[in-house]
Design a protein around this ligand. Structure first.
Ligand SMILES: *Cc1c(COP(=O)(O)O)cnc(C)c1O
Length: 225
């Protein structure tokens, strides 16, 4: 059972501001995804390639799937053929592999650069202190299979909303700076994916263009089998 009322309110609130709602369906079975689909929703987020593929296989073709979790290099091939956007690209190696894979089918994949913005220790994401240097190699910005769409980040899991706000503000700052310094020729570099069920309003106040919402729509997550 989805929380249809909460979803419809959220949809109105976000579409009025031109913000993309990614419904995070991880751990929830396909029939639950279909319920939301039947309310007209088309953009879904999954954090594991395998789970995404299993749902994609049994659900309508016009769903846009976003991969929002860490992508392992051995899953790049499967991911590239299946998703509309890879939100959590966190290394140059991955950029190169995704591009190579996309070029095999003469296509381009929309990607977001995941940045580490949380003060707490996190595993994945580019270090904002080194990403400028790493990306200044023009080869990376010219990768034929990559369409750079913007940045993605996760705030710390803390109750202190001032800290969370500061982290989102930092992501917006890096988005602006990256666009100005490195991606001014990339017209599609226009997305800031930040904000989850517990902090999306703060994220929107700080400039989010894309929120990733799971539990508010689908309820508590089921444990992974
Ligand atoms: C699970 C997940 C979300 C959604 O979290 P909720 O708190 O359920 O809204 C958003 N982003 C990422 C990367 C996630 O893994």
């Amino acid at each position: 059972m989805i929380h249809a009322d909460a979803y419809l309110r959220l949809r109105d609130e976000l579409s009025g501001r031109g913000i993309t709602l990614v419904a995070v369906s991880k751990t929830h079975p396909p029939d639950v995804v279909r319920e939301l689909y039947e309310l007209g929703h088309r953009v879904f987020g999954e954090n594991r390639v395998q789970e995404l593929l299993e749902k994609k296989a049994v659900l309508p073709d016009d769903i846009h799937w976003h991969l929002i979790g860490h992508l392992q290099t051995n899953k790049v091939k499967q991911a590239v053929g299946a998703v509309s956007m890879i939100e959590a690209v966190d290394s140059m190696k991955l950029l190169r592999m995704i591009s190579n894979e996309a070029e095999k089918s003469r296509s381009q994949v929309d990607i977001l650069l995941q940045l580490k913005i949380a003060r707490e220790e996190t595993k994945y994401g580019f270090d904002p202190r080194t990403i400028y240097q790493e990306l200044s190699d023009a080869d990376f910005r010219a990768l034929g299979g990559i369409r750079y769409r913007g940045v993605m980040g996760m705030a710390s899991f803390v109750d202190d909303m001032d800290q969370v706000r500061g982290e989102f503000r930092l992501l917006k700052h890096h988005f602006d700076t990256l666009r100005e310094k490195l991606f001014h020729d990339h017209k599609d570099f226009d997305q800031i994916s930040m904000g989850m069920s517990g902090d999306f309003r703060v994220a929107i106040e700080e400039g989010s263009t894309m929120v990733r919402i799971g539990s508010l729509i689908f309820g508590e997550r089921l444990p992974h089998q």
